[in-house]
Design a protein around this ligand. Structure first.
Ligand SMILES: C[S@@+](CC[C@H](N)C(=O)[O-])C[C@H]1O[C@@H](n2cnc3c(N)ncnc32)[C@H](O)[C@@H]1O
Length: 349
């Protein structure tokens, strides 16, 4: 299927615009995104460089398609299905004859994305969705009786749907329970982790997962405390560092939230397992692309790709990291930290 022939969602019946108390919808539940998709409002939100609620804008699509070079008839895996934006583009290149397996550990968003892609015309013969952690990719392929994939994508971190939903507790901007689990059916929320952790362990976590320069000051003030909401934690971080200016204070809050999210979701061990298994998950000549969003992720990807090339598992890897264009960064500020690396398995193993 060519890009021009990409299926489009069935038209949404026109609905009268909702009236809110103020100028704009303030509460997540009131926002336009999941309430009928008012096209004019969504266009305005996009033009302002924002992401409409309940959606996710795929990052570096052209660059990813260029390095993965998906072909008709190929088997593709999207390890981080999210909203399905990259998956939809890859599907348009591997059809006819190809099939895409979409993995995601998020039980809240996965069924919505599966339904959305089905509504676009991708049936079970060309696309299947699997609630799975990508650390289990090797086993997931074996369960499908597949020797490997031709194309694998991992777009790390959280989706805009997750960050923007206060109930998921990822963001200080939208007050909600301090949770941060991508899979709320597993492990413990961030509030429980903070309540249990010792100050020395928290200081180490803040340094290792977010290079936090104020870790030694923050750790004894946050460890062992009960923070029920994202805003309560944000306020405590700001209060602990009263001499910081607003920008530095905001950055500190973001780094602490990032470190906790990585810990709660065990993100680095999942990534390291994926990186170790990737060469065995690729068919000869297969390609993998990984989008990272902070130095801890990028360092691990670079190291694993370099070592696997040295060991002969990859025939070629990206020499340099690929970054979003200034135009994309401007149109979608959430793309700004993205770094893309790729690797190719040799034609013989
Ligand atoms: C940045 S979003 C992906 C967006 C997607 N590329 C798109 O176009 O919509 C990252 C997604 O990966 C999922 N995820 C993160 N770590 C994961 C893991 N270890 N296993 C499976 N899914 C994971 C998250 O739940 C989230 O939905």
């Amino acid at each position: 299927m060519s890009e021009e022939n990409l299926p489009v969602a069935p038209p949404v019946p026109h609905q009268r615009r909702k009236r809110y108390g103020g100028k704009n919808p303030r509460r997540f539940e009131e926002k336009y995104k999941e309430h009928g998709g008012d096209a004019a409002t969504i266009a305005k939100v996009l033009a302002a460089g924002k992401t409409p609620v309940g959606t996710h804008r795929p990052i570096m699509v052209a660059e990813i398609l260029a390095v993965l070079a998906p072909q008709p008839g190929e088997i593709a895996v999207d390890c981080t299905l999210g909203y399905g934006g990259h998956a939809q583009q890859i599907l348009s290149k591997i059809l006819p004859g190809g099939k895409l397996f979409g993995l995601d550990q998020d039980p809240v968003e996965l069924p919505k994305t599966e339904a959305r892609l089905r509504a676009l015309g991708f049936d079970e013969t060309v696309f299947t969705a699997h609630r799975s952690n990508f650390a289990g990719l090797l086993q997931a392929l074996a369960a499908q009786n597949l020797a490997g994939a031709d194309v694998i994508l991992a777009d790390l971190g959280v989706s805009s749907m997750q960050i923007d939903d206060p109930a998921r507790g990822f963001s200080v901007k939208h007050d909600g329970p301090l949770d941060m689990r991508m899979n709320p059916q597993r492990s413990q929320p961030a509030s429980a982790l903070l309540k249990k952790i010792q100050p020395a362990a928290l200081a180490e976590l803040l340094v290792d997962f977010a290079d936090e320069p104020n870790a030694a000051t923050l750790a004894p003030l946050l460890a062992g405390k009960a923070f029920a909401t994202t805003r309560a934690l944000g306020d405590a971080i700001r209060a602990a560092l009263p001499r910081l200016g607003k920008d530095d204070s905001d950055l500190t809050v973001r780094r602490v939230f990032q470190a906790l999210r990585i810990a709660v979701n065990d993100e680095f061990s999942a990534l390291e397992t994926l990186l170790r298994h990737l060469p065995a998950c690729l068919m000869p000549g297969g390609r993998v692309a990984i989008l990272t969003f902070h130095s801890g992720e990028d360092r691990r990807v670079k190291k694993a790709f370099t070592e696997s090339q040295r060991n002969g598992l990859y025939s070629e890897i990206s020499e340099e990291v690929i970054r979003p264009t200034p135009e994309e960064r401007n149109a979608n500020p959430r793309s700004a930290p993205a770094k893309l690396r790729w690797a190719r398995r040799g034609s013989s193993f």
